[in-house]
Design a binder for this molecule. Structure first.
Ligand SMILES: [Zn+2]
Length: 126
């Protein structure tokens, strides 16, 4: 090799940080990449700098990509969630309220959907 390295092979390092003071516990991958030949660090860019629990970020200078990660549930645990889900037939009333089908009176209301007017607040609030 003469002159400038053409960066043809790379080595990567992945550390996984366990954020144990969050419930449920969160995990973050910290990834760095170097040229295997000249050892130049490669920079991640195009993401915000710092830490965020829900979105990828980079370290100051971009040497590390910090990406939140979580376990992919096994198919068996997804099936058990579906099996345990309550199946309550519902009806939607003309005023937008949702309640268990056949229920009478206000005490049986399951859920009232959030409307745009309520969500926006501000000038649209009462
Ligand atoms: Zn190189």
């Amino acid at each position: 090799m003469n002159g400038k390295c053409e960066h043809q092979t790379f080595v990567g390092k992945i550390d996984v940080v366990r954020i144990s003071d969050s419930m449920p516990m969160q995990f973050r991958a910290e990834i760095s990449i170097q040229c295997a030949e000249c050892k130049a660090d490669f920079q991640f860019f195009g993401l915000p700098i710092g830490f965020h629990s829900d979105n990828p970020t980079t370290s100051l200078g971009g040497k590390y990509l910090r990406a939140p990660i979580k376990e992919i549930p096994l198919i068996g645990s997804l099936e058990s969630i579906l099996d345990n889900e309550e199946l309550t037939p519902i009806e939607i009333l003309p005023n937008g309220e949702i309640r268990a089908k056949g229920a009478v009176g206000n005490t049986e209301i399951v859920q009232k959907p959030l409307t745009m007017r309520e969500y926006l607040g501000g000038e649209y609030a009462n």
